[in-house]
Design a protein around this ligand. Structure first.
Ligand code: BGC
Length: 529
C-alpha cells in the first residue's frame, strides 16, 4: 500500500461515528446509575461529602497542595469574597522514582518537605511565630488556632472517601504505583509527615481535582444555577458533578450537611466501560493497555487523556515503520524528499521508547495548517530527532495525530453529554434559557488546538442535546481550579469543624507536640528566628 492509502486505513480505524457516540452516551448513563447503587462498578461514583457549590462570597486564607500528575503544587489562596482570589504557589516535578517508591512514606515525606519550604519562603512570619510558640507548648496559649493553616489536599486518584478529610486510596493511576499506599487514608499519611516536621498545618479537606475544579468554577463564575460539572482533560481525565442525594442509593456513612439535598459525586470516569461494551478498541489500544501497570483499568482514560494519546500515535508509527512497503520516514533518496535531503531517525528518538512521544507534538501538528507543515517538521526534528522528514511524512503524522485527537474529543463529549442529560438541566424550567456551566482544566483542553470545538461538534449530534442544546452548554476553563477549589472545601470543612462539638484539633496538636518534643534542630531554628 502507498503511504497515502495506509494512512487512510489507519485514520479510518479511529473513526468514532455519531452512532457510536450516541450509543456510548446511553451506556455512560447506565453505568452512572449502576455506580450510584453499589460498590465495585466500573464508574465508581464516589460521594465526596461536599454538599453544595460556592457562591463567590467566601473569604479567608487557606493552603492547598495538589498531587495528581507530573507536578506537585503547594499554594496559599486568599479568597477575597467577591469572586476573586490571590494565589501564591510553588511547583516541583515529582521525581519519577517517587511515583513508584517502595513505601508511601517516601512520597509523603517529600510532599511535607515541600510544604515546609513553601511556608518558610512565603509565610515566614507565621511559620516562625509558630516555631517559637512550640517552645512554650505546655502553656495554654501554646498553639493558637488562627495560626494553624487549614489545608485542602487535592489528591487526584480514586479514593474511597469516608469523610471530608478522610479517604482510602482505591488504586493508583497515571503511572504511579506504590502498592503499600493502597487501602490507606491518604490524609493521615500526609498529616503524619507534616507532624514530624512540626508544621502549623492541618489537612482539613481531601479533594479530587475535578471537585476542586467544580468548586473553583462556581466561585469565580457564579450564575443563577451554579456549575453542573467540573472536569479534567489533562494527564488523566475525570469529572465530578452535583447529584441529588436521593439518587445516591448506596450508603453514605458519616457526617455531612443534608439540608441542601445535594452531594458532589466524583465519577472516576477514567474507568468508564472497563468492560469495553462501547469503547473503541484498535490493535494499538490493546497494545498500549498491555504495557501499562494497570491493564484492563482506566480504559476510557487510556483513549482520552494526555498521558496516553502520544503513546497511541507512537505505537501506530512504530507499526508503520515495520512495514517495508510503506515509505514512512524513509525516502529512497534526496529526490523523493521535498527538502532535497534524506530522512533519518536517530536511534535515541522517542519513537522507540514507551511514552517517548509527548502529546505536545500532537498539538503542534494540529496547530500547523500551513501547506509545507514547517512547524510540525521542526517539532519532529527537535522533539523526536526525526531529521528532514518529507512533506508526505509530516502529512501522515498530522493525519494520524488528528484522528487520535478527534476520537479523544468525541469520547470526551460522551461523558459531558451523559452528565448534562443526567442532571436534567436542559429541560428543567429553573434553567429556562440559562447556560449550563461546565468548568474544565487540564493540558488537553488548554493547549490542544480545537479540542473544545471538536467536543461541541459532537455534542450537537447527541440525542437530547442537539445543536440548540450544545449552544446552551458553556465549557469554560477553570485555571488553577484544583488549588482554589481545595481552599474552598477547606473553608467548608473548617466551618464544619467549628460546628461539630468535640472537634478539638488544637488540643490534639498540643498532645502530638508533647509526645514528640522539639529536637535540638528545631530549637536552633527557633532561636534563629
Ligand atoms: C484519576 C482521577 C483524576 C484524573 C484527573 C485520573 O487518573 O483517577 O482521580 O481526577 O486522573 O487528574
Amino acid at each position: 500500500m502507498t503511504l497515502e492509502a495506509e494512512t487512510k486505513a489507519v485514520v479510518a480505524q479511529f473513526d468514532y461515528t455519531n452512532e457510536d457516540v450516541n450509543k456510548a452516551v446511553k451506556e455512560f448513563i447506565r453505568q452512572m446509575g449502576e455506580g450510584l447503587e453499589k460498590e465495585g462498578t466500573s464508574l465508581s461514583q464516589i460521594p465526596t461529602y461536599v454538599t453544595g457549590v460556592p457562591k463567590g462570597t467566601e473569604k479567608g486564607l487557606y493552603m492547598a497542595v495538589d498531587l495528581g500528575g507530573t507536578n506537585f503544587r503547594v499554594c496559599s489562596i486568599n479568597l477575597n469574597g467577591d469572586t476573586t482570589f490571590n494565589l501564591t504557589f510553588s511547583k516541583v516535578a515529582i521525581p519519577r522514582e517517587l511515583m513508584v517508591a517502595k513505601s508511601a512514606k517516601e512520597l509523603f515525606a517529600f510532599l511535607a518537605k515541600q510544604i515546609e519550604l513553601f511556608l518558610k519562603e512565603h509565610h515566614g512570619d507565621q511559620f516562625e511565630k509558630h516555631v517559637r510558640r512550640r517552645m512554650t507548648v505546655t502553656s495554654p496559649e501554646g498553639f493558637k488556632d488562627e495560626e494553624v493553616f487549614r489545608l485542602g489536599f487535592t489528591f487526584s486518584f480514586p479514593v474511597q472517601q469516608i469523610g471530608i478529610n478522610k479517604g482510602k486510596l482505591i488504586r493508583w493511576t497515571k503511572g504511579f504505583d506504590i502498592p503499600d499506599a493502597v487501602g490507606k487514608d491518604v490524609c493521615a499519611l500526609l498529616q503524619q509527615e507534616i507532624d514530624i516536621l512540626h508544621l502549623p498545618v492541618k489537612v482539613a479537606a481531601l479533594v479530587n481535582d475535578t471537585v476542586g475544579t467544580l468548586m473553583a468554577r462556581s466561585y469565580t463564575s457564579p450564575g443563577k444555577t451554579g456549575t453542573v460539572l467540573g472536569a479534567i482533560f489533562g494527564t488523566g481525565t475525570n469529572g465530578a458533578y452535583v447529584e441529588k442525594l436521593a439518587n445516591i442509593k448506596k450508603p453514605v456513612t458519616g457526617e455531612f450537611d443534608k439540608s441542601t439535598g445535594l452531594m458532589v459525586v466524583n465519577t472516576e470516569w477514567g474507568s468508564f466501560d472497563n468492560q469495553l461494551n462501547v469503547l473503541p478498541n484498535t490493535k494499538w489500544d490493546i497494545e498500549l493497555d498491555k504495557e501499562t501497570p494497570n491493564p484492563g483499568i482506566q480504559m476510557y482514560e487510556k483513549r482520552v487523556s494526555g498521558m496516553f494519546l502520544g503513546e497511541i500515535v507512537r505505537l501506530v508509527i512504530v507499526d508503520l515503520l515495520k512495514k517495508p512497503e510503506v515509505s514512512l520516514f524513509k525516502d529512497e533518496n534526496s529526490s523523493t524528499n521535498d527538502w532535497k535531503s534524506t530522512t533519518s531517525i536517530a536511534p535515541n528518538s522517542g519513537v522507540f521508547t514507551q511514552w517517548g512521544l509527548d502529546t505536545s507534538v500532537m498539538s503542534v501538528a494540529a496547530a500547523d495548517t500551513t501547506p509545507e507543515l514547517v512547524a510540525l517538521r521542526q517539532a519532529l526534528e527537535e522533539q523526536l530527532h526525526i531529521y528532514s522528514p518529507s512533506l508526505d511524512d509530516a502529512q501522515t503524522f498530522k493525519a494520524i495525530a488528528a484522528a487520535v485527537g478527534r476520537r479523544a474529543a468525541r469520547l470526551s463529549a460522551v461523558a459531558i453529554a451523559a452528565i448534562v442529560l443526567q442532571s436534567g438541566t436542559l429541560t428543567d424550567p429553573a434553567y429556562d434559557g440559562e447556560e449550563i456551566d461546565i468548568g474544565v482544566d487540564g493540558s488537553l483542553v488548554e493547549h490542544y488546538p480545537y479540542f473544545r470545538d471538536m467536543i461541541y461538534e459532537a455534542l450537537g449530534q447527541i440525542e437530547g442535546i442537539g445543536a440548540e442544546g450544545a449552544k446552551r452548554i458553556r465549557i469554560g476553563i477553570a485555571k488553577d481550579g484544583s488549588g482554589v477549589g481545595a481552599a474552598l472545601i477547606a473553608l467548608v470543612a473548617a466551618d464544619m469543624e467549628k460546628r461539630t462539638s468535640g472537634a478539638d484539633y488544637i488540643g490534639e496538636l498540643r498532645d502530638t507536640a508533647k509526645n514528640s518534643p522539639s529536637t535540638p534542630a528545631d530549637e536552633v531554628a527557633a532561636n534563629d528566628a
